[in-house]
Unconditional design. Structure first.
Length: 266
């Protein structure tokens, strides 16, 4: 089971102000996040290994979360409760972007007959904030909140394209560039060139890099001031559409939707 990234390796935390930084709060949040990286239920030992913290510390965190109603215990195993959705709901209700993008992806999904989503960049991952799929498609786990590695996904590369050059270099430098399929590009120099090319041409298309047999295309959604708000994305099984069809049929629809909604994004 892989460990979560250490706090000092995470962007924005290496230069944190010492006196104001609450290590116990950081560890508590990392314990909650660990459930996204492992099984639905985990033991104390498994969680301690994931967050790379002493068992005694993780135990105190879990007992506190259990007391607050965010964690449930079944014998030696711990799991999250529905109460954690309060945290996700706080983001969704305080940020207008998900509500603004949901009708857009609904419309795209109806017109294309494929799964469509909108995503934002969270550190080195693309996070889905709105998603729609036809009833014929079963997307277990691929819902709002689902994450994709930015470096090897079309939506992620579009979002990386919104970074300044120093920030892009830093993102590619700190991201573990794993070869997920034989087609995955892992050379940071080539990846940077692909991100820049995608920025210049206004879209990114990734063919079986994040997952074997999966093809995706994405475009940026820009505000009136030209800043990147999010990315629109269509992903499908490779046998359902050729690269040519994605460029000829899906790309114009994505661009039209992005151009229509972009000026309305605050």
């Amino acid at each position: 089971m892989p460990r979560l990234r250490r706090p000092e390796d995470e962007p924005g935390l290496a230069d944190r102000p010492g006196p104001e930084y609450l290590e116990i709060l950081a560890r508590g949040l990392r314990v909650v996040a660990a459930f996204n990286a492992g099984p639905r239920q985990m033991t104390l030992s498994e969680l301690a290994a994931l967050v790379d913290a002493p068992r005694s510390t993780v135990r105190r965190v879990l007992l506190t979360l259990e007391h607050l109603g965010y964690v449930a215990r079944d014998g030696r195993h711990f799991s999250l409760t529905p109460r954690v959705l309060v945290l996700a709901s706080a983001y969704l209700t305080s940020n207008p972007l998900p509500a603004l993008m949901q009708p857009v992806v609904d419309g795209l999904s109806r017109r294309t007959g494929e799964a469509c989503s909108a995503a934002v960049l969270d550190r080195d991952e693309a996070v889905m904030i709105a998603r729609a799929s036809p009833s014929r498609i079963i997307t277990v786990g691929l819902e709002v909140g689902y994450r994709l590695p930015a470096y090897c996904s079309a939506v992620g590369r579009v979002l990386l394209g919104g970074l300044t050059e120093p920030d892009l270099d830093a993102a590619l430098g700190r991201t573990p560039l794993e070869r997920l399929t034989p087609a995955t590009v892992t050379d940071p120099v080539i990846l940077k060139a692909l991100v820049i090319a995608g920025r210049e041409q206004g879209y990114s298309l990734v063919d079986e890099e994040a997952e074997h047999g999966f093809r995706s295309i994405a475009v940026p959604v820009t505000r009136r001031d030209g800043s990147l708000a999010c990315a629109l994305h269509i992903g499908l099984a490779a046998q359902r559409a050729s690269v040519g069809r994605m460029l000829d049929e899906f790309l114009p629809l994505l661009r039209a939707a992005a151009a229509e909604i972009g000026p309305l994004v605050p």
